[in-house]
Design a protein around this ligand. Structure first.
Ligand code: PEP
Ligand code: MN
Length: 286
């Protein structure tokens, strides 16, 4: 891939970027970001935040600016939503990830957000990318609905070129001929990103599948292929969700999935340990 001056693995001496947000290390730990699709009210956000924290999530997500397909759909609470997220952070200690959609909002949204999300629909909004490149908040850069890996990394390149080195890539599914799932979650992109870039990559199985029943297996699969984390939509009462209710995970299902992720992590650590042991035995007795 040409012209990846700052995002390629080679450009970073084959080391990997680790991004620290409060006590969370993205690129080192497996990070779970969870919370509602959109901030609907203080009660909904704080209830959900408490539940995901209890289950072991590391960060809180929630949209205050919602880029919706229809102009008549709920567009988010804006500033009021950001203030609710700030309160949810005070109550739970969870750092906040929230989307920014307009370059004019970037600097003041930073006062409320720990991580700025760029949505799939805005990935080639180059003035927005340049603006988030100038601030000191990490950027969660979703893959565009039809982006190739090269196009996506070029979008990250825009951010890094402005000075902000802290970009987290997020695979959120791409559009294919399949309609059973909302998008096609491309997990092959995870090891592919690891092959060519030093940036951490997380997976969004909520938007990637759009189906509650498919989110847990794809979250486990994301961990198995080496993703640095997942981002999951959780709602304390999914039938009432104003946005993306079919993929909203109830808190008890989320808690069950977190237990399975912990077990998988332990299995993977065991396998890695066996590999390490074999390697050192082989080097002692060649
Ligand atoms: C979201 O995470 O709230 C969202 C709208 O996702 P995407 O941009 O991936 O569709
Ligand atoms: Mn959503």
């Amino acid at each position: 891939m040409k012209n990846l001056k700052l995002t390629s693995l080679k450009s970073y001496d084959n080391k990997r970027t680790v991004i620290t947000v409060d006590n969370v290390k993205i690129g080192e730990d497996f990070v779970v970001i969870a919370g509602p699709c959109s901030v609907e009210s203080e009660e909904q956000t704080i209830k959900t935040a408490r539940k995901v924290k209890e289950a072991g999530a590391n960060m809180l997500r929630g949209g205050a600016f919602k880029p919706r397909t229809s102009p008549y759909a709920f567009q988010g609470l804006g500033l009021q939503g950001l203030k609710i997220l700030e309160k949810a952070k005070r109550e739970t200690g969870l750092p906040v990830v929230t989307e920014v959609t307009d370059p004019r909002d970037v600097s003041w949204v930073c006062e409320y957000a720990d991580v700025l999300q760029i949505g799939a629909r805005n990935i080639q909004n180059f003035s927005l990318l340049k603006e988030v490149g100038k601030v000191d908040r990490p950027v969660l850069l979703k893959r565009g609905i039809t982006s190739t890996l090269e196009e996506w990394l070029n979008c990250a390149e825009y951010v890094l070129a402005e000075g902000n080195q802290n970009v987290i890539l997020c695979e959120r599914g791409i559009r294919t001929f399949e309609t059973y799932t909302r998008n096609t979650l491309d997990l092959g992109i995870v090891p592919s990103v690891k092959e060519v870039s030093h940036l951490p990559i997380i997976v969004d199985p909520s938007h990637g599948t759009g189906r509650l029943s498919v989110i847990e297996p794809m979250s486990l699969a994301a961990m198995a292929v080496g993703a640095d984390g997942i981002i999951i939509e959780v709602h304390h009462n999914p039938c009432e969700a104003l946005c993306d209710k079919d993929q909203a995970m109830p808190p008890d299902v989320f808690a069950g999935m977190m237990k399975k992720l912990q077990k998988l992590r332990a299995c993977m650590n065991g396998i890695n340990q066996c590999r390490e042991d074999k390697r050192s035995r082989d080097s002692e007795n060649p």
